[in-house]
Design a protein around this ligand. Structure first.
Ligand code: UAG
Ligand code: ATP
Length: 486
């Protein structure tokens, strides 16, 4: 919507040039400026947005918002450009979150899976056309699905998507909310109706510096949300959150959890457990495998129930939901050939441990001799401390490890692999830098009963390499190799 001079001034809280009569849109990227829109110059980690003001002006920017004056441009000087970006994005899109029921999901692991479970429950209750989802894997607006660029996009994307959802008739939205999203003000000004915390383990230390800062960042979601708040009682930080934010309810295995997981067991192609709720026990059956997924299903169910969900609808929705893209995703072409190949997004030592534990369990249920073969690697330009830890975990839990290239970004893939290898048992580990060849190597060794885990990239379709981006989708590559093999 068009914001007039007064509305822009109020949103920013600072004076804007008299010449600026209105603003029709806002962006932080000069390449996306539209005539009559505002350009927010962000002092970034790599570049200074002020350097792109000439480009923004050429594209017809009506207003430039920056943390310092830019001679020759119509500038509003603000103390914090990212906050200004968020405030303006909320206003220019008509405050969409106030017209929606937004469920925020945060935590180190399990956000995407919990989001899909909750989305499945909400879709069953209110209709897919009235339900939306923003996750690492996808953005879903009613019946429309599109690939996501990152977990929590920049404020114009978040607010713009929420606004599209309002227009499309969506009422309930699951918004996966990363710590980057909170720290970099990408979700500032969003009204959350309910919030869920999955867990907190070492990750993103490059951004936060300390675990304490990481935790306090996530805690903000619970400070903002005035509706039901659910926290994982089996996680230390989850317990702390429940203690620190009054009114927070808990879910998990521990005695005393408001929503307690009881009698969990793997049955047939899925997992069954009881969820003891404040108003009675439910028998839940999910097609998802793995202990951690019981927590994801329990958390999503608890929040839905706290929001008034009908229990029969919930039980049916949990049972009927499909697979989550790139989260212990079983490749059909492998199953058709009597093999078990699983694609998983795990890209930290903790995530790798979780997925390999499940793979071991699945292999053990097939035969005593079944092996776990793991293809994995670490990303470049990110927390380096986890690299040897990933090597350690893979060697402890997999029979054969193949270290390969993940998203190397600007780093040398060989150097990353060497760092990962310092933690690995080299007698059972190969380094195959080419990701396709690494997968081929794993598949060539797999026999019936064995479980091959291709970890790290999950649903992603692009690999970021020092020489540029290449298309790469693990599940597709596995399928291509198996089909070529006949
Ligand atoms: C570390 C990080 O989060 N960086 C984010 C940060 O980048 P930055 O500040 O370094 O931006 P920059 O490249 O220095 O550029 C500064 C400014 O100039 C602008 N620019 C740049 C070029 C140009 O031609 N014109 C222009 O206007 C940029 O849009 C930017 O606003 O601000 C940018 C815009 O605000 C983000 O796009 C960028 O996300 C990068 C791409 C990213 O990969 N982020 C990841 C780590 C991330 O956010 N991950 C989380 C967590 C996922 C999880 O839970 O695992 C997520 O939510 O996805
Ligand atoms: N509740 C959980 N506890 C621990 N590990 C989990 C949990 N749920 C999922 N995982 C592991 O973490 C991986 C990522 O899961 P998911 O994508 O659901 O989490 P996420 O928080 O969205 O992660 P990211 O922010 O990296 O996308 C899974 O493939 C699994 O290995």
């Amino acid at each position: 919507m068009l914001l007039d001079h007064a509305a822009v001034t109020e949103a920013l809280g600072v004076a804007i040039p008299e010449s600026v009569t209105s603003v029709s849109a806002v962006t932080h990227d000069s390449r996306d400026v539209v005539p009559g829109g505002a350009f927010v110059a962000i002092p970034g980690f790599l570049a200074d947005g002020v350097d792109f003001v000439p480009q923004a002006m050429e594209r017809g920017a009506a207003l430039v918002i920056a943390e310092r004056d830019v001679p020759g441009a119509p500038v509003a000087v603000v103390p914090d450009a990212r906050r200004a970006l968020a405030r303006l994005a909320v206003e220019v899109t008509g405050r969409p979150s106030e017209k929606l029921t937004v469920y925020g999901i945060t935590g180190t692991n399990g956000k995407t899976t919990s989001s899909y479970v909750l989305h499945a429950i909400l879709s069953a209750a209110y209709g897919a056309e009235h339900t939306g989802l923003m996750t690492t894997a996808e953005i879903v607006v009613g019946a429309e699905r599109e690939a996501a660029v990152r977990t929590t996009g920049e404020a114009p994307l978040v607010q713009g998507t929420l606004s599209r959802m309002v227009e499309a008739g969506v009422q309930h939205v699951v918004l996966e909310t990363s710590s980057h999203g909170i720290h970099l003000d990408r979700v500032l000004g969003t009204r959350y109706a309910a919030a869920l915390f999955t867990n907190l383990t070492r990750d993103h230390i490059d951004l936060h510096g300390t675990m304490e800062d990481y935790y306090l960042t996530k805690r903000k979601l619970f400070e903002w949300c005035k509706g039901p708040r659910l926290s994982n009682v089996d996680d230390g930080y989850g317990r702390r959150l429940a203690e620190e934010i009054p009114g927070t309810l808990t879910f998990g295995l521990a005695e005393g959890a408001d929503y307690r997981i009881v009698n969990e067991r793997v049955e047939g192609a899925g997992t069954t457990f009881e969820l003891h709720t404040p108003s009675g026990a439910l028998d839940l059956r999910t097609p998802l495998l793995g202990d951690y997924n019981v927590h994801n299903v329990a958390g999503a169910s608890a929040i839905a129930l706290e929001m008034g969900m009908d229990t029969d609808v919930l039980v049916r929705a949990v049972e009927a939901m499909g697979q989550v893209p790139g989260r212990f995703e079983r490749v059909p072409a492998a199953l058709e050939r009597g093999l078990e190949v699983v694609v998983d997004y795990a890209h930290t030592d903790i995530g790798l441990e979780a997925v390999l534990d499940v793979a071991r369990e699945v292999a053990g249920s097939r035969s005593a001799n079944a092996r776990v073969i793991c293809v994995y690697g670490a990303a470049g330009d990110r927390d380096k401390a986890k690299r040897p830890l990933m090597g350690q975990v893979a060697s402890r839990l997999a029979d054969i490890g193949i270290i390969t290239t993940d998203d190397a970004y600007s780093e040398d893939p060989q150097a990353i692999a060497d760092e990962v290898a310092t933690g690995a048992d080299l007698s059972r580990t190969a380094i195959v830098l080419d990701r396709r060849k690494a997968i081929e190597h794993a598949l060539a060794q797999a026999g019936p009963g064995d479980v091959v885990v291709v970890a790290g990239k999950g649903h992603e379709r692009v690999q970021h390499l020092p020489d540029g981006d290449v298309e790469f989708h693990d599940a597709t590559v596995v399928t291509e190799i198996l089909v070529a093999r006949g």
